[in-house]
Design a protein around this ligand. Structure first.
Ligand code: DGI
Ligand code: FE
Ligand code: FE
Length: 190
């Protein structure tokens, strides 16, 4: 799939503000891909597709997960966690996306996971720091992303965990696994 085909695919599925977010994520991810010698075209495609299922009815997302090989425990957690995994399945089944890096980047873009590839980490960070984001602390993560991709991902995970715990929410295990994995990778075991 080419990026203009991907844009035609997502545009009718997304609200205007979500579509604009997606274009900013793509631009940010492409910049980070260039800086880290990752494949620019594949990164752009992953970014354009990452929120494909974000505005789907929740019953549709639930059904996609139910009828897939995805872990069913996703359905016990916040519905915000459903659109990435669901999109990765739909892209493979209905749109012939077989590229593992692209599918994993889409699948794990919300939660992260232990052992994220550099490709996945770039989309994860780009989604967090795109210029439209105004989370508390985002500016520090944005600056860090320029020089230390994995530290930026660690900071984004830390902020998200703190945010979720602060509002007494649940945290999906993959988010903790991602945070712990990067803590060990960055600090060598502390
Ligand atoms: O789809 P976007 O808004 O672009 O961003 P996203 O896919 O990263 O969704 C982010 C929201 O999901 C984030 O603001 C918090 C929420 N969320 C709920 N439960 C969890 C979670 N995020 C993570 N990482 N882990 C959770 O368990
Ligand atoms: Fe998302
Ligand atoms: Fe997004």
């Amino acid at each position: 799939m080419k990026s203009d085909e991907a844009i035609d695919l997502i545009r009718p599925q997304l609200k205007q503000t979500r579509f604009e977010h997606t274009l900013r994520v793509a631009e940010t991810a492409v910049t980070l891909a260039k800086k880290n010698n990752q494949s620019v075209d594949r990164m752009e495609l992953a970014a354009i597709l990452h929120d494909y299922a974000k505005n789907f009815p929740l019953e549709d997302l639930r059904q996609v997960i139910n009828e897939s090989e995805l872990p069913q425990d996703l359905l016990l957690y916040h519905h915000e966690l459903w659109h990435g995994p669901a999109a990765s399945v739909i892209m493979e089944r209905e749109h012939g996306i077989t590229d593992e890096d692209i599918r994993n980047a889409i699948r794990y873009h919300t939660t992260g996971r232990a052992g994220m590839s550099q490709f996945e980490t770039i989309l994860f960070v780009a989604d967090y720091v795109e210029p439209g984001r105004t989370f508390p602390g985002v500016e520090e993560v944005r600056e860090t992303a320029d020089t230390n991709l994995y530290r930026a991902a660690w900071m984004a995970l830390r902020n998200t965990i703190q945010f979720l715990v602060g509002k007494h929410g649940s945290v999906y295990p993959d988010t903790f696994y991602a945070y712990n994995d990067l803590t060990l990778r960055l600090n060598g075991g502390n």
